[in-house]
Design a protein around this ligand. Sequence first.
Ligand SMILES: C[S@@+](CC[C@H](N)C(=O)[O-])C[C@H]1O[C@@H](n2cnc3c(N)ncnc32)[C@H](O)[C@@H]1O
Length: 391
Amino acid sequence: MNMSNNFRMIAKTFYGFEEILSRELKELGAGNISQGVRSVSFDGDIGFMYKANLCLRTAIRILKPIATFKVRNDRELYQNIYALDWESIFKPSNTFIVTATLKTDHFNHSLYVSQKTKDAIVDKFRHSTGNRPSIDKDSPDISIHIHIQGNQCSVSLDSSGTSLHQRGYRTETNIAPINEVLAAGLLMLSGWRGQSDFLDPMCGSGTILIEAAMIACRIPANINRKFYAFQNWMDYDPELFNKIRDGAIARIGDFPFDIHGYDKAPSAVRKALVNIENANLSEYIKVEKKNFFKSEKSGERHLHLLFNPPYGQRLTVEYQEFYKQIGDQLKKAYPGSDAWFITSNLEALKFVGLRPSRKIKVFNGKLESRLVKYSIYEGSKKAKFNKQTQD
Ligand SMILES: C[S@@+](CC[C@H](N)C(=O)[O-])C[C@H]1O[C@@H](n2cnc3c(N)ncnc32)[C@H](O)[C@@H]1O
């Protein structure tokens, strides 16, 4: 990597994923990695920016800061934004959007800050080229982010565009599909690297299965994604991007174990199969219509489970019973397994009836949740039986 062409970038992520995102960045070759809150900063060159967008599993977007300056009022904001060399960043024929986040007493409304920024950019283009770019709130070519903290303003370009959870394989969604970045992060937190058989016994549209297979085969997270915002930048180098993509594809490996999904709903199974096909992973993932509570572990090999059961709205007898059944089923029919699941129904967790060996605080959207681990040992059935006979 040519260090002189390096610049600072910020990868945004979910609460609790900062450390695994740092690890991913280190493995990809980022420099100067530093963890923030729901973000990780790092150095890299333009090729690394392409690689980060393509390969990172736990990043939601990657920002490239382009300027920082002091601001105390809207006039200073306008002047500083106007002074930037926007014509070398994008074309007036591109559409754009400005978003802002504020932690300051100098400005009250983020909408006002984005409006002022937009005005300065439009005026600059109009004066220097005679043409002006338009705003597109839904699918802009260029996304600009303003962050004001105290009197410090930083301007960033969003190199990703739409959130990186939009991997490009999920055309079918079931009820409450899990976010792809969340699924990948949970898998990584659970220690999944493709070291054993894998089961998602309530797989819905198949997101966890697909992310698990991509991790196991070292398939770049966004290999099926069609578009990144950096492709609209003036400095976009398609040849370099193709080279980076080919390099990442060359590192894809094989996976010697089984990845299985069950769902009791036939419609979910159909959707999962379409998404798996979209991700070109049909040879690695098998999905069956099956009730988890009537299933059992097949074979002697160690099994890694990760799933997101239905949460239920509140504590109802139905959900107490459902979570009790999860615990009973794991204990009864899944010896030799590590079972992980995420739930935001913290009350229902008490009814699982097994002692979790790990409990990790995460968020599913706005919902505070737990990723819990239950280690089901080979001998637990026998041990329980012995215990009962002693009692
Ligand atoms: C929250 S959704 C899972 C979403 C999934 N991770 C996705 O990305 O689409 C829960 C799923 O569990 C399934 N389910 C509920 N009870 C089940 C059972 N006893 N056996 C198998 N699947 C079950 C539901 O049909 C539903 O698809």
